[in-house]
Every structure is written in structure tokens, then in C-alpha cells.
Design a protein around this ligand. Structure first.
Ligand SMILES: CC(C)(COP(=O)(O)OP(=O)(O)OC[C@H]1O[C@@H](n2cnc3c(N)ncnc32)[C@H](O)[C@@H]1OP(=O)(O)O)[C@@H](O)C(=O)NCCC(=O)NCCS
Length: 180
């Protein structure tokens, strides 16, 4: 399987990112929109590279208990080759039951983007609800599907039990914290 180098986005990547964005959405973000969003303190951009070329990107927000991605796209001629999987895999890899305690990955996706909804389902994200009047990429409003990936609960219990000493009370406290 091809390995894609995933790294932080830098200003120089913007031309390639805008091209990918234009290939991916009917009403793509412009440079101003990217810059505005990336200026927010909790917002981060990453790109996937192949042969020194930017072939995909993701923009996401870090929240206290979850990560939410706002935009994810792959160059049209590179789709179906694992680039998107590498990007979303990197986000899932940032989730943790220990340390930062961000245990959930979320996104909202237009109800009309069937291909992406199917693709996200295969990546382990589950539809959790509907947000009404979500603004689509073509400027009209529609409903959005809220999709989430949560670290497996049984895995959570196993990890929590292994990191907390064999003190039943302590384990109980940790479980309550996780459910906040
Ligand atoms: C959705 C998108 C990001 C996926 O990225 P990608 O690099 O093409 O996907 P990958 O090659 O990593 O995915 C591999 C998997 O998806 C499947 N796949 C490949 N091309 C696909 C396609 N066009 N539609 C749906 N699934 C596809 C593969 O069979 C493979 O499945 P498996 O892991 O179960 O074997 C990309 O198609 C894209 O940029 N779409 C337009 C923008 C968009 O809709 N963004 C919203 C994303 S949430």
C-alpha cells in the first residue's frame, strides 16, 4: 500500500489546496475562507503528500473532548488510492482515552453527499443525528448528517482498567469522568 506523508499545512500549499477544493465541491471555499478558518486558535490544517505534490488535505478543530473536521478532500486523479484513509487515520490516531481525553471524531456532511457518507461509514463513523438548515457547498441550505467515531467503549473500559490501579473506587471515578 502506498504511504502518504501527512504533515502540517503551510501557506505555500494554498495553490494546490485551492485546486483540490475546486475539484471537490460545487461552491468551494476561497483562499480568504481558508485563511479565516485557519486563524482560529483551535483550527489546524494538514496535507497528504505524494511525490512532493499535495494530494489531499483536512481542516479540523480541536475541542476539549472531541475533534471535528470541517473540510476533507483528495485530488480528483488520486481518489480511491488511500489518501483520504491516511488523512482520517491521522485524525483517529489523535484520539486518546488517556492524556488529552479527546475520544470522539465528528463531522457534519450534506445529506446529498452519498459517496462521502458511505466512505465515512466504512471508516467507522456512525450517523448520530441531523442538523437542520446546514449550508451546503453550493450555497443552498439542506440538512446535514452528523457523523461520529468514538473510541470503542469496551476498549475504553479495558484501557481505563489497565491505567487505574486495582482500586474499584478509582475506576468508578474515571468512568464517570468519561461520561461527562
Ligand atoms: C471522500 C474522499 C475524501 C475519499 O478519499 P479517497 O482518497 O478517495 O479515499 P480512499 O482511497 O482513502 O478510500 C479508500 C476506500 O474507499 C473506497 N473508495 C474509493 N473511491 C471511492 C469513491 N469514489 N467513493 C466511495 N468510496 C470509495 C475504496 O474502495 C476503499 O474502501 P475500503 O477501505 O473499504 O477498501 C474523496 O473521494 C473526496 O475528496 N471526495 C470529494 C470531497 C468530499 O466529498 N469530501 C467530504 C469528505 S468527508
Amino acid at each position: 500500500m502506498t504511504h502518504y506523508h501527512v504533515r502540517w499545512m503551510i501557506r505555500r500549499d494554498m495553490t494546490e489546496i485551492l485546486q483540490i477544493e475546486a475539484q471537490s465541491f460545487a461552491n468551494p471555499w476561497d483562499e480568504e475562507e481558508f485563511v479565516k478558518i485557519l486563524r482560529q486558535r483551535n483550527c489546524i490544517g494538514m496535507v497528504a503528500e505524494h511525490d512532493s505534490r499535495v494530494v489531499g488535505f483536512v481542516i479540523y478543530e480541536l475541542h476539549k473532548f472531541h475533534i471535528e473536521f470541517l473540510n476533507l478532500a483528495v485530488a480528483a486523479d488520486m481518489r480511491g488510492r488511500g489518501v483520504g484513509r491516511a488523512l482520517i487515520g491521522r485524525l483517529i490516531g489523535k484520539l486518546s482515552l488517556q492524556g488529552n481525553r479527546r475520544t470522539m471524531l465528528r463531522c457534519r456532511i450534506s445529506e446529498y453527499n452519498d459517496a462521502a457518507i458511505r466512505w465515512l461509514s466504512r471508516r467507522g463513523l456512525r450517523a448520530k443525528g441531523i442538523d437542520r438548515q446546514f449550508l451546503t457547498d453550493d450555497g443552498t441550505s439542506c440538512d446535514a448528517i452528523r457523523m461520529e467515531y468514538r473510541l470503542d467503549d469496551r476498549e475504553a473500559d479495558r484501557v481505563i482498567e489497565s491505567i487505574v490501579s486495582a482500586d474499584g473506587k478509582a475506576i468508578h471515578v474515571r468512568r464517570e469522568e468519561r461520561e461527562e
